[in-house]
Design a protein around this ligand. Structure first.
Ligand code: MG
Length: 447
């Protein structure tokens, strides 16, 4: 069984993720690190998280590594702690935005960047071949607890200059940032109203995925309270999404463009980002570089290209001046900083041109995804014959003559083939959507 997807190991507890797998992954990481040094371990509030943390930590110690347990924390604190404490690696137990029965394991390097696919492959090989190096009683690792939250918050605060007085509604979805984002926003002088800010692995307030459908309460609360903006995270708070002062969900591409324009320079984004980013960046003399979907590809390009900002249109934002991990909390403060100086948010977003977007997903079993994508690469629908460009950076992206484009790619974390359409008008977008969806359904049926 393939262990790693686009965001570490991810699966339903008891089916894919078990205590014994977690123990083995801990042993494999220790083996990969030659049983040396410290490993930072943290977890999100899911009901299975502590169990996985214990099993994985036991594996790390059996392999000779010391474990620094930083407790229930948002994912961005793992990359941060790993690099600040100069640990050999960091491990986060989380399934991000997936439903509560899921969990996952993601590994970080000392520089604060998540493991690359090549590093993950090596961990996977060690697990599959049971190629573990374990140590005897006199070399076992030990563990200790450390609260890194205060240090993190002070460090974030040194990177922002916010004019006080904004009213912000924060919805942490009962996830891992519940005890950080509302507090840090109050520290910078915001009036904060909190929603779902008590950590709870059942996610009783809302689904942990911060989509417009799941954030109706936040949108209503922003409107009803006359707030300047609303902020929401996914379950582990590596993502940040926003609601403007009119109670509207901020379009991901517009948010990406807004922050990118503020930063200027080389902007790294993924193949699924809107072309409006390129158009707006041209105005300020910036440049856009696209990578595969996945924050580690964005982080690698940020280092390679000396980028100033990296973002994926899923609410994933990377600020290299602070960290090489996507950070929903830092991003929330950066957005509040922009609004405090240049707001209101609705006006800032409305100034950015928008195209018509459709995001959809077609159910497809994980084992069929490879065959589906092979077929998609070879035989596109005849309606796409006027395509001007096709690239396979990640999935298949077809650029059409009128500027519209279609991206078909397998989800790295869920059993779906994802479709992303962008067109200058709704009619074209809908037409392209219908063609693409029925084409993929036909390919899946034919397998
Ligand atoms: Mg996440």
């Amino acid at each position: 069984m393939k262990l790693f997807g686009t965001s570490g190991i991810r699966g339903r507890f008891k089916e894919k993720l078990t205590a014994s797998l977690s123990l083995n992954v801990g042993k494999a990481i220790a083996t990969y690190l030659k049983g040396e040094g410290e490993v930072v371990v943290g977890y999100d509030p899911r009901t299975s998280s502590q169990l996985i943390e214990n099993a994985l930590s036991a594996g790390l110690m059996e392999g000779g590594c010391n474990v620094i347990k930083i407790g229930m924390v948002p994912t961005p604190l793992i990359g941060y702690a790993t690099s600040k404490l100069e640990a050999k690696a960091g491990v986060m137990i989380t399934a991000s935005h997936n439903p509560p029965e899921y969990n996952g394991i993601k590994v970080w390097n000392q520089n604060g960047m998540a493991y690359s696919p090549a590093q993950e492959k090596e961990i996977e090989r060690i697990v599959h071949e049971k190629d573990y190096i374990t140590v005897d009683w006199d070399n076992l690792g030990s563990s200790y607890h450390l609260d890194i939250t205060k240090m993190y918050m002070e460090d974030v605060l040194e990177h922002v200059k916010i004019e006080p007085g904004l009213k912000v509604v924060v919805d942490c979805g009962c996830g891992a940032a519940s005890h950080i984002t509302p507090i840090i926003l109050r520290r910078v002088g915001c009036e904060v109203l909190s929603l779902n800010c008590q950590p709870d692995g059942f996610f009783p307030g809302r689904n942990p995925e911060p989509t417009p459908e799941n954030l109706k309460d936040l949108m209503n609360a922003v409107k009803a309270s006359g707030a300047d903006l609303g902020i929401a995270h996914d379950g582990d708070a590596d993502r940040m999404v926003a609601v403007d002062d009119k109670g509207r969900f901020a379009d991901f591409d517009k948010l990406l463009t807004l922050i990118a324009k503020e930063k200027g320079g080389k902007i790294i984004t993924t193949v699924d980002a809107s072309i409006s980013l390129d158009e707006c960046l041209k105005e300020v003399g910036g440049e856009v570089i696209r990578t595969k979907v996945g924050d580690v590809h964005v982080a690698e390009a940020l280092i390679r290209e000396k980028g100033s900002f990296g973002g994926e249109p899923s609410g994933t934002w990377l600020h290299p001046e602070f960290s090489l991990s996507p950070d929903g909390i830092f991003s929330a403060l950066k957005l509040v900083e922009i609004v405090s100086k240049k707001g209101p948010l609705s006006k800032l977003l409305d100034r950015i041109p928008s195209y018509h977007n459709i995001r959809d997903k077609v159910p497809c079993h994980d084992t069929k995804k490879g065959n589906v994508m092979d077929k998609v690469r070879k035989q596109l629908p005849k309606q796409f014959k006027e395509k001007i460009e096709k690239d396979n950076i990640d999935g298949t992206r077809i650029s059409l003559k009128d500027g519209s484009w279609v991206l078909i790619r397998p989800s790295g974390t869920e059993p779906y083939i994802r479709i992303r359409i962008e067109a200058k008008d709704e009619k074209t977008a809908k037409k392209l959507h219908n063609i693409s969806r029925s084409f993929i359904e036909k390919v899946i049926r034919g397998l």
